[in-house]
Design a protein around this ligand. Structure first.
Ligand SMILES: C[S@@+](CC[C@H](N)C(=O)[O-])C[C@H]1O[C@@H](n2cnc3c(N)ncnc32)[C@H](O)[C@@H]1O
Length: 302
C-alpha cells in the first residue's frame, strides 16, 4: 500500500511505486502532466460544440489526475460556453488493477487545483461509489440535462480492454498512462494498441505521455497517425495517435514529429513490444524484442 506523497515541481502531489521505483507522474508536475499531456490534447473546446456525447477510457487510473483534470477542463469549457454546446453526456471508464488507490484520492482531490471539481460533485459519495466499482453520475448544472458518469474497473488492463472490445464499446479519447515500457513492457505492446484502435470512434485518439520510439512506431504500425504533445519538464512531449488524419488540428498542444524523430520510428529503436495472446512474461516480451532487433541488424548488414 502506497502511503507517502511526494511533492512535484508544480506543487501537486504524487507517489512512488516501490516495485519498479518509478513515480506515478512526471517530476515536473503531476497536475501539469495531466493537463498538457492528456486533457488539453482531447480538443474539448471543439467537442463540446460538436458532439452530443463524449466517451473517455482512462487506462491506468492511478491517482486519478487524468480523469479529474479532464473533468475540470470540461467544466471550464461548459462554463465558458454557458452550456450552449450540444453536449449531453460525458462517460468516463477508468481501469486500474490496484483497489487501494481509492484510499489516496481524498488527498489528491483536496488540492486547490480540484476546487471547481469538488464544488460540483460530492467527492465522498463519488469515492464510495468508485470503490464499489459502481457508476458515479452527476449533473454539473442542476438546470440542465447534461451529465457526467465515471466508472472505475479494478482489473488487469489487458483483460479489461479485451472485454471492452468484446462489448463493442467506443471511445473518443483513450488515455494510456502505465509505468514506463522498460518497467512494464506488457502494457505497451502493439497487440494492446491494436485493441485500443478497435475501441476508437472514427475521430478518436490515443493519448500517452510516452515518447519512446518503440511506442510511437507500434501505434503507427496499427495504422494510426502520430503527433506529439508539449514537453513537460525535461521530458519530451508525449504522443497522440489519431485514427483519422482529417481530425488533426495542429495547434499549441499538438505538433508534427521532426524528420529525425520520424526516421527513428523505422530504425531498430522503433521495433515494438509484442504479446499476441497477452500471455508472455515481462522477460519474454523483452527477450523477443531483443531477438527481433538482433535479426533486423543482421539483415541490415547483409
Ligand atoms: C503511472 S501510474 C498512473 C497515474 C495515473 N494515470 C494518474 O493520473 O494519477 C500507473 C498505474 O498503472 C496501474 N497498473 C500497473 N499495471 C497494471 C495492469 N497490469 N493493469 C491495470 N493497471 C495497472 C498501477 O496500479 C498504477 O496505478
Amino acid at each position: 500500500m502506497l502511503n507517502k506523497f511526494i511533492t512535484t515541481e508544480d506543487g501537486s502531489i504524487t507517489c512512488l511505486e516501490p516495485e519498479c521505483g518509478e513515480l506515478y507522474h512526471n517530476r515536473a508536475g503531476a497536475y501539469t502532466e495531466a493537463l498538457n499531456n492528456y486533457a488539453k490534447p482531447c480538443a474539448l473546446e471543439k467537442r463540446v460544440k460538436k458532439q452530443k456525447q463524449i466517451a473517455v477510457l482512462d487506462s491506468c487510473f492511478g491517482l486519478g489526475y487524468n480523469t479529474f483534470v479532464f473533468i475540470n477542463e470540461l467544466l471550464e469549457q461548459l462554463n465558458t460556453n454557458n452550456l450552449g454546446g450540444v453536449l449531453e453526456t460525458c462517460r468516463i471508464v477508468a481501469i486500474d488493477r490496484d483497489r487501494d488507490i481509492v484510499k489516496l484520492l481524498p488527498e489528491i482531490l483536496a488540492q486547490s487545483q480540484f476546487k471547481l471539481l469538488c464544488q460540483t460533485l460530492d467527492s465522498n459519495q463519488m469515492l464510495d461509489t468508485l470503490q464499489n466499482s459502481a457508476i458515479y453520475s452527476f449533473n454539473p448544472k442542476a438546470d440542465s440535462s447534461f451529465s457526467i458518469s465515471l466508472e472505475l474497473k479494478f482489473a488487469d488492463l489487458r483483460r479489461a480492454v479485451l472485454r471492452l472490445v468484446e462489448n463493442e464499446e467506443q471511445f473518443d479519447c483513450i488515455f494510456h498512462d502505465g509505468f514506463s515500457p522498460i518497467a512494464m513492457p506488457e502494457l505497451w505492446t502493439i497487440d494492446l494498441f491494436q485493441l485500443y484502435k478497435k475501441l476508437l470512434n472514427s475521430d478518436g485518439r490515443i493519448i500517452t505521455y510516452s515518447s519512446a520510439y518503440a511506442i510511437r512506431s507500434a501505434l503507427k504500425q496499427c495504422g494510426l497517425q502520430i503527433r506529439k504533445t508539449i514537453a513537460v519538464g525535461k521530458k519530451s512531449g508525449g504522443t497522440i495517435a489519431f485514427k483519422n488524419s482529417e481530425e488533426i488540428v495542429d495547434n499549441e498542444n499538438i505538433f508534427f514529429l521532426s524528420q529525425e524523430e520520424n526516421e527513428k520510428l523505422s530504425s531498430h529503436s522503433g521495433i515494438p513490444y509484442r504479446d499476441p495472446d497477452f500471455k508472455y512474461s515481462r522477460a519474454q516480451i523483452v527477450e523477443n524484442r531483443e531477438a527481433e532487433i538482433r535479426q533486423a541488424k543482421l539483415c541490415a548488414n547483409k
